[in-house]
Design a protein around this ligand. Structure first.
Ligand code: ZN
Ligand code: FE
Length: 240
C-alpha cells in the first residue's frame, strides 16, 4: 500500500511524494521545485529513489536536477518530450510500465496540454497521477494539442474504476467549479460539490485528490458529449 503525501508549492502546484514501505522506495511526481520536497522526505526519513514527470512544463520539472543531485535518484518521463526534459534517465510511453518497489503503474498517453503528456495509473492502488490533463471539475489548457485529443484522453481516464483517486498537479478546483456550474446549471451533483469546495477552500483545505467517479458526475470536460462540445467549453473557460 503506497503512502502518498501532498506537498503544496508555488502558488497552486501540488507535488506528490509517494512511498512504497515494503521496499523502502520513495518517488516524487512532478517536482516544480526541490527544497520543500527534499525537506518533506528528510522529515519522514524517506530516501528519494525516483522522480516521475508527466510533462515538460517547468512547474513540473523544475526540481528534477537539484533532487537528482541531492539523492542520486532516477528520473522517468515521457519519451515524446525527451528533448525538453534533459534530465530524464528512462523514457516511457503508453503500454510501458513504471515500477516503484513492488508496485507497478501503467503509462497512459494523454497528449493535448502538451504534445507528449503522460499519466501514471497504479491499478492495484486505485491511484492515477494525471499532471495537468484532468483537474477537479476541469481539464488542462490545450497548449500543444486539439479538442479531439483531449476528448480521447477523457475517454481513457473515465474508463478507470470510479473509486480511482486522481492526483492532479494544481489546486484549481474552486475556479474550475465557478465555470462548471455555468456549463451545467442543472447538474445537482455539481452544484452540491461546488458548495462543499467553497466551504473547504474558505478553511484553506485542499480539494485534491478527486476520484474518477466524482469527475464523471461533475466535470464538464469529461462530461462533454463530443469533441466539439469539449472545444466550446474549453474556449468558454479560457475566456471566463
Ligand atoms: Zn502544465
Ligand atoms: Fe502545471
Amino acid at each position: 500500500m503506497l503512502e502518498i503525501v501532498r506537498i503544496p508549492v508555488l502558488s497552486d502546484n501540488y507535488v506528490w511524494l509517494v512511498h512504497e514501505p515494503d521496499c523502502g522506495e520513495t518517488m516524487v511526481v512532478d517536482p516544480a521545485v526541490a527544497d520543500p520536497v527534499l525537506a518533506e522526505a528528510e522529515k519522514r526519513g524517506w530516501r528519494i529513489t525516483q522522480i516521475w514527470n508527466t510533462h515538460w512544463h517547468p512547474d513540473h520539472t523544475g526540481g528534477n536536477a537539484d533532487i537528482k543531485a541531492a539523492s542520486g535518484c532516477t528520473i522517468t518521463g515521457p519519451e515524446a518530450e525527451q528533448a525538453r526534459i534533459p534530465t530524464l534517465d528512462r523514457l516511457v510511453k503508453e503500454g510501458d510500465t513504471a515500477r516503484l518497489g513492488d508496485v507497478e503503474a501503467e503509462v497512459i498517453d494523454v497528449p493535448a496540454h502538451t504534445a507528449g503528456h503522460i499519466a501514471y495509473h497504479f491499478p492495484t492502488e486505485k491511484a492515477a497521477f494525471v499532471g495537468d490533463t484532468l483537474f477537479a471539475m476541469g481539464c488542462g489548457r490545450l497548449f500543444e494539442g486539439t479538442p479531439e485529443q483531449m476528448y480521447a484522453n477523457m475517454r481513457k481516464l473515465e474508463a478507470l474504476p470510479d473509486d480511482t483517486r486522481v492526483y492532479c498537479a494544481h489546486e484549481y478546483t474552486e475556479a474550475n467549479g465557478r465555470y462548471a456550474v455555468t456549463a451545467e446549471p442543472d447538474n445537482a451533483a455539481l452544484a452540491e460539490r461546488m458548495d462543499q469546495v467553497v466551504a473547504m477552500r474558505a478553511k484553506g483545505e485542499a480539494t485534491v485528490p478527486t476520484t474518477i467517479g466524482e469527475e464523471r458526475a461533475t466535470n464538464p470536460f469529461m462530461r462533454a458529449a463530443s469533441a466539439e462540445e469539449l472545444a466550446e467549453r474549453r474556449a468558454a473557460k479560457d475566456a471566463f
